[in-house]
Write a protein that binds this ligand. Structure first.
Ligand code: ATR
Length: 276
């Protein structure tokens, strides 16, 4: 049988860690497959989508800046992609190109891994109202969290998300007293990222049972996570979200549900540390 082919596309794409993740699994499971990084300029993206079948791809991942164009360009979408408004995973099914979004799945699976039972910890405070925030809010809603508070510097963007996700999702321009009874605090902003290592919010005001997580994973311990740990709170870093979001795509293209193992995590941590 011919080699099973998949890809990740973005612009630029050189920094993507997805080829390392999928390459590790292909090797671990002895699958005759490939996973290739392809740089596609925005102007060429529609043609790229059209060429996939001819090129023999089973599907692939889509990252910045193509997630919205992929959303518009596929024939069918899964529920998560519709809710999030972006597509990060492509595959062929029933003869047509499907688009899904696994970022919310990855977010929830990471917490399942490192903070089992987390979904009982509402209310949740979500910092940020961009694309990553949408995936996180989708996952929180799916897991039954009834009180989700979006805090964003630009209030109008939080309000737009609150309208989109409906009852139980509120919009705020500042953290204020929102942390006092919150069981979950999630940073989806770029604050805390390498080169911008500022505290996204002060976890001092959270109750003792709260869980704090960050979708930023470079550095692995952001200032927010460090402050939460110092305060004695349970913390979960963002690397597991990256690893887990890759699972559904791999299973679709290569026919086996891969495992997020400590060895895979160590490999990606070493890669991050090597590039800093
Ligand atoms: P992503 O898709 O990664 O979520 P995005 O859509 O650009 O990226 O969203 C970035 C988020 O980080 C937004 O919530 C943004 O706040 P604004 O909507 O007010 O721009 C937030 N953000 C980025 N830099 C920030 C800063 N210096 N202070 C506060 N929030 C910031």
């Amino acid at each position: 049988m011919a080699e099973k082919k998949a890809f990740v596309t973005g612009h630029p794409i050189t920094h993507s860690r997805s080829p390392k993740i999928h390459g590790y699994w292909l090797q671990q499971y002895g699958i005759d497959g490939s996973y290739q990084a392809i740089d596609v300029a925005p102007a060429d993206f529609a043609d790229f989508l059209k060429s996939l079948r001819e090129e023999g791809y089973r599907g692939g991942n889509v990252t910045i800046p193509h997630k919205e164009a992929a959303f518009a360009g596929v024939a069918r979408r899964d529920h998560a992609a519709d809710e999030i408004g972006a597509v990060n995973t492509l595959w062929f099914e029933d003869g047509v190109l499907w688009g899904g979004n696994t970022d919310g799945y990855g977010f929830a699976a990471n917490l399942d891994d490192h903070a089992p039972g987390w979904a009982a910890n509402g209310p949740a405070v979500v910092l940020g109202a961009g694309g990553a925030s949408r995936a996180v809010i989708h996952a929180l809603k799916e897991r039954g969290i009834k009180d989700i508070r979006i805090v964003n510097r630009t209030l109008a963007r939080a309000e737009e998300l609150s309208r989109h996700f409906g009852p139980g999702v509120s919009a705020h321009g500042a953290v204020g007293e929102l942390l006092a009874d919150a069981g979950l605090l999630i940073n989806t902003t770029a604050l805390g990222m390498h080169g911008n290592e500022t505290l996204a919010a002060d976890p001092a005001g959270l109750p003792d049972h709260a869980i704090v997580t960050d979708i930023v994973y470079v550095p692995l311990e952001t200032p927010l996570l460090a402050a939460a740990r110092a305060r004695g709170l349970k913390t979960v870093d963002g690397l597991g979200m990256l690893l887990h979001q890759a699972v559904p795509g791999f299973e679709r293209w290569f026919g086996r549900k891969p495992e997020v193992t400590p060895e895979l995590r160590r490999m990606i941590v070493a890669d991050i540390e090597g590039q800093r």
